[in-house]
Write a protein that binds this ligand. Sequence first.
Ligand code: SF4
Length: 171
Amino acid sequence: MVEADIKGLQVHYYSVCQRKLWLFSKGITMEQTNDRVMEGKMLHERAYPQLEQKEILIDDTFKIDAFDGEYVREVKISSKMGEADRMQMLYYLYQLKQRGVEKKGLISYTKERDTEVVELTEAEEAKVIEALAGIKRILQRPRPPGLKKLRYCSKCAYYEFCFAMERDEEC
Ligand code: SF4
């Protein structure tokens, strides 16, 4: 896998749960039926009515919500996964920089009515490079990373997949 094949969503999942990253990347997808994901998709469709250029596909690899002057914009429902959102944005900024385009990022959180500015400093760029190496290592594994219960699990589309046996044992 080359760096350019890594999707923004995979960078997000890497920051949330490495097991989720592995399952998703191996084609075990359940996100489409997840209400939260559908909600997110609708949010993206309605966002930025004032901007003409929305959902921009860069080199057939990653999709950016919108460009707004010197900013790349992303809209999220809430800031619960703020660190993962930041990493995803940093990845976009990094990929753009590789193509000679230097931008900042703006992440808008509709629930909190807040906007975070993201800048690709040298230190942040190093974090992105480290994350990409980590993603490649995880995807080379023949099996998914072990199960660790996270605060986020009950909201995850893979919850049934990961915890079905545990639930059966409780019954
Ligand atoms: S349910 Fe939890 S452990 Fe399983 S993929 Fe989702 S976040 Fe990771």
